[in-house]
Design a protein around this ligand. Structure first.
Ligand SMILES: Cc1cc2nc3c(=O)[nH]c(=O)nc-3n(C[C@H](O)[C@H](O)[C@H](O)COP(=O)(O)OP(=O)(O)OC[C@H]3O[C@@H](n4cnc5c(N)ncnc54)[C@H](O)[C@@H]3O)c2cc1C
Length: 338
């Protein structure tokens, strides 16, 4: 009886494995067919579990603890397109073979939505789409979505020390996910979110058509600037408005213990930070001890006041002494930079 059941199980498993392999082959065949008209070799940008590069490509994502959640499947394929035709091919073949699509730009999604799914899926990793073209005549730039914020800031700085783009703090964030979700950084008080400074975009829809602002219409253009990208299509590039900043800016970080005095300073910060001139941005970062308190909540012990001022140290000190003397900012705390 037991051997009979085992035989059935083995048969079932072999049918299942055969079915999966057939599906896999079909997707690769579909990609090869699409690629042959483009004269490209799929082995250079389509990776299955059998390719070594498959695991290398997933490596950077493993810092997210959600990666370990076994409920979610690993991608059946990872596609790393270098052009729009290859993205279109991936969309067509994924749809033809009932595979979901996940889109990844910088891979910093907290929920891991860019690289996890409960369903069989293809991961389109836009790591190779990262060109940045800056036009100083009209103070704009076209940024492909795989470019990181660090690359964007660096490229702007190479062209000008009086221009910037108001986006997030972490240099490894991807332009694709960051800007489509809003994008907030140290210039937010004066210039708003990254999404507020978008002039145009290119998005690929489910048919593989590329739409710019005019073709997509104002409703969709509004939605992709804050509503999250992946719900609406694959964003390929953003046209952004650069902003003007003074050639000299000042930064500081002051650490304090979260004792009674520290808490009073935080309290004051909460009351005045939004009333200070928009040239001054101050945020706080609470750092928690590994220990937990009795309610098993993180116990914050230190606070860092982290700031960017669009001006020189002298003006910043005058502003702080008038509005926020409790922080005790000294000249030695200030660092001027371009
Ligand atoms: C260390 C760290 C620091 C952070 N700092 C800041 C900060 O300073 N300011 C701030 O505002 N936020 C910050 N965030 C949040 C961050 O902006 C979001 O997590 C953002 O979505 C990351 O974008 P990504 O392209 O790197 O991530 P991804 O994981 O690649 O994508 C995020 C989401 O966008 C979708 N998506 C990605 N690319 C595309 C595309 N081309 N077309 C359509 N959909 C796409 C993905 O499918 C996913 O749903 C931080 C996050 C981390 C982990």
């Amino acid at each position: 009886m037991a051997s009979h059941m085992l035989q059935h199980l083995m048969l079932y498993l072999s049918i299942l494995i055969g079915f999966c392999l057939a599906h896999q082959e079909e997707f690769v065949k579909c990609m090869s067919k699409q690629s042959s008209s483009l004269h490209t070799n799929t082995s250079k940008y389509v990776y299955s579990l059998h390719s070594q590069s498959y695991f290398n490509l997933l490596q950077p994502l493993k810092h997210n603890a959600r990666w370990k959640n076994s409920v979610h499947q690993r991608p059946k394929f990872i596609v790393t397109p270098t052009n729009h035709h290859q993205i279109k091919a991936a969309i067509i073949c994924a749809r033809a073979h009932a595979l979901q699509i996940r889109v990844l730009s910088g891979g910093h999604d907290f929920e891991g939505l860019s690289y996890r799914s409960r369903h069989r899926f293809v991961l389109i990793d836009l790591v190779n789409l990262r060109s940045i073209t800056i036009n100083m005549d009209d103070e704009t730039a076209w940024i492909q979505v795989g470019a990181t914020l660090g690359e964007l800031y660096y490229n702007i700085a190479k062209k000008s020390d009086t221009h910037a783009f108001p986006a997030g703090v972490c240099p490894s964030l991807g332009a694709g996910g960051h800007i489509s979700g809003g994008g907030m950084g140290t210039l937010v008080r004066k210039y708003g979110l990254a999404a507020d400074n978008i002039l145009d975009a290119k998005i690929m829809n489910a048919k593989g058509e590329i739409l710019d602002r005019e073709l997509m219409g104002e409703d969709l253009f509004w939605a992709i600037r804050g509503g999250g990208g992946a719900s609406f299509g694959i964003i390929l590039a953003w046209r952004v408005q650069l902003i003007r900043v003074p050639s000299l800016t000042t930064v500081f970080t002051i650490h304090k213990d979260l004792d009674d005095t520290g808490i009073e300073v935080v309290d004051k910060w909460q009351k005045i930070a939004n009333k200070l001139p928009n040239d001054l941005f101050i945020r706080i970062l609470l750092s928690n001890n590994v220990e937990k308190n009795t309610q098993n909540k993180p116990k914050f012990e230190r606070v860092a006041f982290n700031s960017l001022f669009l001006g020189n140290a002298k003006d910043l000190l005058a502003l702080m002494n008038t509005n926020f003397p409790e922080l005790g900012l000294q000249e030695a705390d200030c660092e001027e930079m371009s």
